[in-house]
Write a protein that binds this ligand. Sequence first.
Ligand code: NAD
Ligand code: IPM
Ligand code: MN
Length: 373
Amino acid sequence: MSEVHVLLLPGDGIGPEVVAAAQRVLELVGHRTGYRFVFSEDLVGGAAIDAYGTPLRDETIEMALRSDAVFLGAVGGPKWDHLPKATRPEAGLLRLRKELGLFANLRPVRVFDPLADATPLKPEIVRGVDLIVVRELTGGLYFGQPSELRREPTGRWAIDTLPYREEEIARIVDLAFQLARARRRKVTSVDKANVLNTSALWREVASEIGQRYPDVTLEHALVDSCAMRLVARPRDFDVLVMENLFGDILSDEAAVLAGSLGMLPSASLHGQPPQRPGSPAVRFGLYEPVHGSAPDIAGKGIANPIGAILSAALLVRWTLGNERAATAIEQAVEETLASGARTADLARPGEPAMGTEAFTDRLLERLASILSA
Ligand code: NAD
Ligand code: IPM
Ligand code: MN
């Protein structure tokens, strides 16, 4: 039986609530498919600041490197918002992504049919949407130097910078093309080439990479009108690839299509290979829902666990390479929604809503029967 070592980093707010749901899903998949998941766990973000005075310990990075995959909940919250940028919970997550070399953040957005009317948009606009935001994750505006906020007697002053080297653009765009080949063969490269130099370079490099994929259509889109098209004509899109901050923003916008920010999963790939001897993993990855710690609902047991559960499906797909089990998890999500089960974020006003655990119980029943079919 292959052992799969997963480091759980539940983090803050609703992080622990949704990670618990995803862990139950992985355990069931393990029992039914012959993997033995071995979980270790550590603190990250605000929880690590409270316990150790730092949002990410070196020991945690070492634990991650000894694992086949990392599964993270969310970090941050009002308790730590007063801290300077470098010591905030969010800085821990950024350092983890950077040190693990996870430059490719995949954020699939699929509208499940039972939720076509759960969005404030018209159902006929969102029905059938199946796109993926490929967000560059270790460069761009998030990591540019200088980045500084100065409070001087003459006034306050701040700067952030947006650097990209051509190799950083080439590798993420290339990955987008590879993904498109297994999908509907269309890449939308998103930039602000009418204003930014980095975007002019991005566009040049994307066009060069595109020449290697004559079977895939490449479209360049300016980020502002692309944001508009994403809600007006979302079915136009297959694979979208973009700079770090653009990807952060457009993926939360795309969550509206899916019915809730609680729906979206993510996989951060292309990190260092596992250092554990005999590892069955085909690819190391960090998996996390797209949403944050949701301080407004934390501790109430009402968070939507689907983003985390679909992130578990991505772990099964990308780290284990088990497409069948990954699809089974996604099918269980769809069938659970089709049965009428809804967490509060998805329920219509006045309609009953299920808590995180009750929803996960229902989903596990579906998953068990799908996996034994
Ligand atoms: P958020 O994603 O935490 O919440 C935005 C809104 O969506 C809230 O109303 C929240 O209740 C709702 N929501 C989010 N996830 C949900 C779920 N699973 N089920 C039901 N409703 C859900 O964004 P925010 O409020 O802007 O940020 C809160 C904190 O989270 C900040 O400290 C931020 O830095 C952090 N954050 C962390 C991550 C991460 O760890 N990857 C991502 C985004 C934000
Ligand atoms: C995300 C989050 C993070 C980001 C924050 C918490 C640093 O918003 O994962 O989307 O901006 O990347
Ligand atoms: Mn975000």
